[in-house]
Design a protein around this ligand. Structure first.
Ligand code: AMP
Ligand code: TRP
Length: 345
């Protein structure tokens, strides 16, 4: 199912930005996988990456609320703070210290190749924050601060993970093998991407990723949408005038249709082929109805739990602070070793 690395998954780490609402792409691409991994690995680490959010301007009050909203949503999706460590990045300063050290290991040319920076800075590159450019090195530090060997993410993060591996390898080339060459201190982690759900596209344009920053609310299903909103968005989701595809071949060049089928398959844990067999050749209306109902069934309990959990802000802050303490207990001795290897006092 997963592109599992050859050694067993000892430590899983992943991150998510607290800007905007958790959407279906985040859920199917990342969070649903995180929930499953809690049963496959000891204590996975999940980080709400508020420092990453600040690479573009954030309203301070909205950022603070966003961290708590996201914490409530993640718990509602099934992240269990007894099984996992869940914490905001900014409560573990080890990440920024390691990021600085790794800024001095990563090459300007490597970071310049990152397509996410090119997309996000667009024509306005000169005005992009330095943080937006350096973002992938902070992401590498997030991961390498822990003995991470697997990172569950959506497809869009592959390039950042390749960079993380390059940085880990270059660190040991420059500063020696650490405790053992066979088991380096900074481990090049495997990318864990699911075959379905890894790339959920916009409901309005099948060539664009479903994204928190899409100005059109109709392009996205949020994990806080109510039943009627979900039904309406699916009813209005773009398709085309051809009948429901019967084979992968007849789905080619129909990105909106392929996206809806992919979402349905991911929600139901079925293969694309079996979904095609179920609706082949027919009109879209019954498929869209079944898709909307699957979404409603998945999202309704998550939405209800999110609202209840969000109401107790003090409990959320306690849980996040506790998570940060547990995270720091792992990263601190590792960072001390990195400092020593690089010649710092
Ligand atoms: P972000 O919202 O950019 O912080 O992303 C958090 C996680 O969700 C990352 O693992 C992303 O790869 C994943 N993700 C974001 N958007 C999508 C999408 N449209 N389809 C699949 N995964 C996504
Ligand atoms: N860059 C990721 C995104 O935009 C978020 C992220 C930050 C992350 N640090 C991470 C993901 C570490 C995995 C591991 O989605």
């Amino acid at each position: 199912m997963l592109e599992t690395p050859s050694p067993p998954l000892q430590c899983v780490f992943s991150g998510i930005q607290p800007s905007g609402t958790l959407h279906l792409g985040n859920y199917l691409g990342a969070v649903a996988q995180w929930v499953t991994l809690q049963h496959r690995t000891a204590t996975p680490i999940f980080c709400i990456v508020d420092w990453h959010a600040l690479t573009v301007w954030q309203d301070p009050a909205a950022l603070r609320a966003g961290v708590l909203d996201l914490a409530a949503s993640l718990l509602a999706c099934g992240i269990d703070p007894q099984k996992s460590i869940l914490f905001p990045q900014s409560l573990n300063p080890d990440h920024v210290e390691l990021a600085w050290l790794l800024n001095c290991v990563a090459r300007f040319g490597w970071v310049s190749r990152m397509t996410q920076f090119k997309e996000k800075s667009g024509k306005n590159r000169e005005q992009a924050s330095l943080g937006l450019f350096a973002y992938p090195v902070l992401m590498a530090a997030d991961i390498l601060a822990y003995p991470t060997n697997g990172v569950p993410v959506g497809d869009d993060q592959r390039q950042h993970l390749e960079l993380t591996r390059e940085i880990a390898i270059r660190f040991h080339d420059q500063y020696g093998g650490g405790d053992s060459v066979a088991e380096p201190l900074l481990i090049p982690p495997a990318t864990l991407v699911l075959p379905t759900g890894a790339r959920v596209m916009s409901l309005r344009d099948g060539n664009k990723k479903m994204s928190k920053s899409d100005p059109s609310d109709a392009a996205r299903i949020d994990m806080t949408d109510d039943d009627d909103t979900i039904r309406r968005k699916i009813q209005r989701a773009r398709t085309d005038s051809l009948p429901f595809p019967e084979t992968a071949m007849t789905m080619q060049d129909r990105p909106e249709v392929a996206n809806l089928i992919g979402i349905y398959a991911a929600l139901r844990g079925e293969s694309i082929e079996s979904v095609m067999a179920e609706f082949a050749g027919g009109p879209f209306a019954p498929f869209k109805e079944a898709l909307a109902e699957s979404l409603v069934e998945t999202i309704r309990p998550i939405r209800t739990r999110t609202v209840a959990l969000r109401a107790d802000e003090a409990a959320l802050v306690r849980m996040l602070t506790d998570g940060a303490g547990r995270a720091r207990a792992i990263s601190q001795p590792r960072l001390a070793r990195v400092r020593q290897m690089m010649g710092l006092l």
